[in-house]
Ligand binder design. Sequence first.
Ligand SMILES: [Zn+2]
Length: 278
Amino acid sequence: MDIEIIEMAERKAKFILRNSSPAMANALRRTLLSDIPKMAIDKVEFHLGPIMYDDKEYESVTPLFDEIIAHRLGMVPVPTDLNLFCPQSECVCGGEGCPNCTIMYSLNKIGPCTVLSGDLEPLGNPDLRVKDEFIPIVELTDGQAVLIYATAVMGTAKKHVKWQVANGVGYKYLPQIAIDEGMESDEEVLECAAICPKKVFEVEDGKLVIKNPLDCSLCRACTDHLGERGGITVKGDDKNFFFKFETDGSLTAQQALDKAVEILADEAKDFKAQLEQL
Ligand SMILES: [Zn+2]
């Protein structure tokens, strides 16, 4: 099994999984979706009662229920350093909460304003400031205020989607496209350049050429158009897979892929050990 990177951006990856199987491709997809750990806000404490600011008294009320604000804060991507943090259940503190397993944030705003994710202030390390600063949380009118303490802990998407690092994870069988010899200039074959919805083909010097084979969605619009006379062959390769996914920014795409492969390898080792015991 090899991974050939096509595109690796901060939050977006495209790669080809080579010499693998449909089962392994699906295992990698599921690992990316639900097994990569990350930090997310899991506990939110709201200050109740009046809040004083510059000799003015503000009410600690908002137009939204506290539960909705807590839920929105939970969904804010929190930057995660997998070398720094561990799940509370495995922490030396025994789950009580310490800098190894929790990140504390404060949120202190007075109206009128829109409270944004960027208003979350990490207590301690300023590197833990959330990267997406403009996610709206709640709108405050004059005289309203919020004072919130939020705690982020590590988890995986098996428990809640707020711990999901990768999204839009998808793969397809790697398209194998071939134009039959001598058919490149055939009139109906040339028409396929316009028929293909993914613009896989182009006409160059009166001949059909394959320009963007990875864009092919195996819809077979070209082979259906040609019917029995043929001219183009399109197949999905069940040993090589074209993968795409994005992350929410808590980890980079490279970190997410590395972690997913590491988790899969560990699970395979564990499975082998269990088999040997039988
Ligand atoms: Zn701890």
